[in-house]
Design a binder for this molecule. Structure first.
Ligand code: GLY
Ligand code: MN
Ligand code: MN
Length: 437
């Protein structure tokens, strides 16, 4: 199974350690394990930034980075080994494993947190924290700072400044290394097989969950333990609900089915959408809408290259979709005016993509100084235009109502242009019809 090598985790930590004040401290708390019901837990998924810097996949842990600390710069607090508990819930790294397998310079028991953290923070000026996701930690921190404050007469010096870690670590995460790209490609290849299986197994009378099971089968067979997000299997007008979750309707001949699904490998996401006819043949109306979305997808992908802006692909998709809807008579008026008035947003109400990485909606600024940012090598984004015509939209001819189409690819910016990482998931109309025949 593909993983990020220990050396790369170490490089990430040392990059971060050299890009913060040398008297600062970085603190990141692991994700909590989460109870589903009595004695049953949701599968554990590490906090993405914690994982990015350590590869450590246990709850009840705290990662601390301290530049220029003689005893070591990477400190990991983690659970103790516990043979009796490990029989029930699995092996733990323990402090020895944290050092040996995860490159920690020092490891302490998580039970020692309140004793040791005040010592580690004393004399440091700035604390870097994730502002968004770690509320529990902020309360603990107040306690540790109070311990230091109580010792100020003995020359203890509590940190004075809190800074958001997000701008630095998000910027690091935005640019994917070759190891990250290889893992993501693998996740996308499994997801491609899953979409193909769903197309092949699709027939009227089955249920949306039958196709969900086909996806899940390929995900798990490929080694994915988790989905990157809950699979969306939306037939007929359900496809007009952007993040439809029920997946329980019966598949009807004459309807389309829109699947938005991707697995997660080594915490990295894939995110693919395809739309196809339940009976394997697009009707004239479905074909007309599908071809507009496909044209928007292809044109938007052409905008992905170094030097272009993130927003350029969205603008292009909006242009193609608006023109297409005017040609079909679904929108009426002048294309430029309709774009300026965002008339398309009744049928295309989301943006054309997002960054992709450890999080399906990955981190990284979209605007720099108020302007859409320039694309650069190593960024991975989705291109996912769609058209959704609500079943109760009385403004449009009945023949269009309830049609929902999204076509989503994952694209990496290369030195000279882009590579569509999901091009082994069929999207050309003839290819889909051939596959389903
Ligand atoms: N699967 C969620 C999205 O496409 O953004
Ligand atoms: Mn998606
Ligand atoms: Mn997406």
């Amino acid at each position: 199974m593909l993983t990020i090598p220990a050396k790369e985790f170490a490089q990430r930590r040392s990059f971060l350690l050299t890009h913060i004040e040398q008297d600062a401290v970085v603190i990141i708390k692991a994700a909590n394990s989460c109870e589903r019901n009595e004695g049953v837990e949701y599968p554990f998924r590490q906090e993405s930034n914690f994982y990015y810097l350590s590869g450590f996949c246990e709850p009840e842990a705290l990662l601390v980075l301290i530049p220029n600390r003689v005893e070591g710069q990477f400190i990991l607090f983690c659970r103790n080994r516990d043979p009796a508990l490990e029989i029930w819930t699995g092996l733990r790294a323990g402090q020895e494993g944290a050092i040996k397998n995860y490159g920690a310079d020092q490891a302490f028991s998580i039970t020692e947190l309140d004793n040791i953290m005040p010592q580690l923070l004393n004399g440091r000026s700035t604390i870097y924290l994730l502002m968004a996701t770690q509320q529990g930690l902020q309360q603990q921190l107040v306690g540790w700072l109070n311990v230091i404050r109580e010792k100020m007469r003995q020359h203890a010096k509590p940190p004075q400044t809190f800074k958001a870690l997000e701008p630095i670590i998000h910027e690091m995460r935005l640019y994917k290394s070759s190891n990250e790209l290889a893992i993501m490609q693998y996740a996308m290849d499994i997801s491609a097989k899953a979409h193909i299986r769903a197309m092949q197994e699709c027939k009227a009378g089955l249920y949306e969950y039958t196709l969900d099971a086909a996806l899940e089968y390929e995900f798990r067979k490929g080694g994915a333990r988790l989905v990157a997000y809950n699979s969306i299997v939306a037939s007929g007008a359900n496809a007009c609900i952007l993040h439809y979750q029920e997946n329980n309707a019966q598949l009807k001949s004459g309807d389309l089915v829109m699947i938005d699904a991707g697995c997660e490998i080594a915490c990295y996401a894939s995110d693919i959408s395809r739309t196809f006819p339940v009976n394997g043949k697009f009707s004239a109306e479905q074909k007309a809408i599908y071809e507009i979305v496909l044209a928007a997808n292809l044109a938007a992908i052409e905008e992905v290259m170094p030097g272009k802006r993130y927003q350029d692909s969205h603008n292009k998709a909006v242009e193609v979709i608006t023109k297409g809807l005017v040609e079909l008579g679904i929108l009426k008026g002048n294309v430029k005016t309709l774009i300026a008035n965002q008339a398309y947003s009744e049928f295309y109400m989301h943006s054309t993509g997002h960054w992709l990485g450890l999080d399906v909606h990955d981190v990284g600024a979209y605007l720099i100084s108020g302007k859409s940012r320039l694309l650069a090598e190593g960024m991975v984004l989705t291109i996912e235009p769609g058209i959704y015509i609500a079943p109760d939209n009385m403004q449009v001819d009945e023949c269009w109502r309830g049609i929902g189409v999204r076509i989503e690819d994952n694209v990496v910016v290369t030195a000279t242009g882009h590579k569509v990482m999901t091009d082994n998931t069929p999207k050309m109309l003839a290819d889909i019809e051939r596959l389903m025949a």
